[in-house]
Ligand binder design. Structure first.
Ligand SMILES: [Zn+2]
Ligand SMILES: [Zn+2]
Length: 250
């Protein structure tokens, strides 16, 4: 109700620049780099040819991974709006983009990589949960909290993929029994160390298939990508939500 009331007062702006039309203005839409085939069939990493697996593949606890956009430019700014400014509508736009980039595997439930409690209290908002709820709605599946994160472990502080995986081991606990097929959502996919550790906890509690979905994928050191950014950003609808004027992402 508040969302609608505020929407009427403050019309939504572009998730990329905040100024143009919702969900992405034409110049931000041009600058978005949607991930599209050819790619690694397992993890969706851009590739000149379709390959069954690649050196960027996330840990084996994940059956597959897909992200909607390369994590830079307007996609990066949109994720920051979701993360630090609580623009809930960005979750809807990103969920639509995730559903457009891939046909998510058949699943019983959508869940998310939770923030540790301290972080959630600090920020007042769990962006991965917002994305998971929007995606579940889009796919007509239930969304459920299946994981908790007792300690705030930060894989980004570690340099190598192996170091990140070691740092993340045991970071998550399943909260109860987990259905067989799970879609696991996070805002950004980097090495997959965090998603992989979360998937391990889900498997330990009964999951047989875990597929990761993210709004954006960080591809450091990959330079300009062939195969990414050629297709136009898909037109997406919009839902009611809340954004606050004056929010400037970092
Ligand atoms: Zn824009
Ligand atoms: Zn791969």
């Amino acid at each position: 109700m508040w969302g609608r009331a505020l929407d009427a007062v403050y019309p939504r702006g572009c998730a990329g620049c905040g100024a143009g039309a919702w969900p992405f203005c034409s110049s931000c839409a041009q600058a978005l780099r949607p991930l599209a085939p050819p790619w690694c069939e397992r993890c969706g990493s851009p590739s000149i040819l379709a390959v069954p697996a690649c050196r960027d593949c996330p840990p084996s606890s994940l059956d597959s991974a897909r992200a909607a956009f390369v994590y830079d430019g307007p996609a990066r700014r949109a994720v920051h709006r979701l993360k630090f400014s609580g623009w809930r509508d960005v979750a809807t736009a990103m969920a639509d983009a995730i559903a457009a980039v891939t046909t998510p595997a058949a699943a019983d439930v959508v869940t998310w990589v939770p923030l540790a409690r301290g972080r959630r209290a600090e920020r007042g908002y769990d962006q991965a949960r917002a994305l998971a709820v929007a995606l579940a709605h889009r796919l007509d599946l239930p969304a459920a909290r299946l994981l908790r994160r007792p300690v705030a472990t930060d894989p980004q502080a570690r340099r190598s993929g192996a170091e990140r995986r070691t740092a993340m081991r045991g970071a998550f606990r399943a909260v109860h029994d987990v259905p067989a097929r799970v879609l696991l959502v996070d805002d950004v996919l980097t090495t997959g160390a965090t998603l992989g550790a979360a998937a391990e906890a889900l498997r330990g509690a009964g999951a047989r298939e875990v597929h990761a979905l993210a709004a954006a994928r960080s591809l450091p050191g990959r330079g300009p990508l062939r195969g990414a950014g050629r297709s136009a950003y898909p037109r997406v609808g919009s839902g009611p939500g809340l954004w606050l004027p004056g929010d400037v992402p970092r």
